[in-house]
Design a protein around this ligand. Structure first.
Ligand SMILES: [Zn+2]
Length: 256
């Protein structure tokens, strides 16, 4: 965005500005940048989470199994999920300048209808543009980091045959009520809840996992060892949150 702001510096024709933003959006430079940034972000999240899994393995009765699986990952069994996340994030990054060009075009139309002169509009755009694009970039960065992180945890869990996770919030005042309700609840990867619905809210964002919605900082902690859960535990099952003893939980889902 800083680079783009520099490219626009000398222009005083609003339509030239839009043209230049679009050219930038489709440039090889933007392409390379998006891919490199997305790779860096996904690889970082992936390695970072890998460390957490390895720590879990150390405290865990199934540690050998986990370490074995993590070693196999390196040989490629989870590469597909990682590559998919890199591509998905690169596409989102590339969409940023295009979104900006759309906003700018709308602004030009609205202002020229009001009779504002072209070079005044150009000045407005140059002032408005960094603000709007930064806000958008920040929203994307936050939301996509959580989403990617959840997707990687899920891929790893599936790779290991771990079907459940504990929904964790960041436990501060910014956590929305519906997610505070989910804190500590066992959730199955194959059955995401609708926290808003569970909280009795009228609006709904559909069913989703921890970290999968805008501005959400929650994450899923995979249930690798049921010994580490404090029973009885809250479980999301049958469309509601139910308290279950370990025996009830295992009879339902593990047939022991
Ligand atoms: Zn959340």
């Amino acid at each position: 965005m800083r680079k783009l702001a520099k490219l626009l510096a000398g222009l005083d024709d609003p339509f030239q500005i839009v043209k230049r933003i679009r050219a930038f959006a489709y440039s090889k430079e933007m392409d390379d940048y998006a891919l490199a940034t997305a790779s860096r972000m996904v690889t970082h999240l992936f390695t970072d989470a890998g460390r957490t899994w390895r720590q879990a393995a150390r405290r865990n009765s199934q540690g050998r199994l986990i370490n074995e699986a993590l070693r196999k990952e390196l040989q490629g069994s989870i590469n597909g999920a990682v590559r998919h996340q890199i591509e998905r994030n690169a596409t989102i990054i590339k969409s940023l300048p295009l979104d900006v060009s759309k906003l700018v075009t709308e602004h030009i139309l609205a202002e020229s209808m009001k009779g504002v002169r072209a070079n005044d509009i150009a000045e407005q755009i140059k002032e408005l543009f960094p603000e709007k694009s930064n806000a958008r970039a920040e929203l994307i960065a936050r939301t996509e980091t959580s989403k990617t992180s959840t997707a990687l945890t899920r891929a790893r869990s599936e790779n290991l045959g771990v079907g459940w996770y504990v929904w964790r919030t960041s436990e501060d005042s910014r956590v929305r009520d519906s997610h505070a309700l989910m804190n500590g609840v066992l959730v199955r990867w194959s059955d995401p809840p609708s926290p808003e619905q569970l909280d009795g809210e009228k609006r709904s964002y559909g069913h989703y996992h921890a970290g999968e919605i805008f501005y959400c900082r929650c994450y899923g902690e995979p249930v690798i060892d049921r010994d580490l859960i404090a029973w009885p535990a809250k479980v999301y099952y049958g469309g509601r949150i139910q308290k279950m003893t370990r025996k009830q939980f295992e009879t339902l889902f593990f047939r022991v």
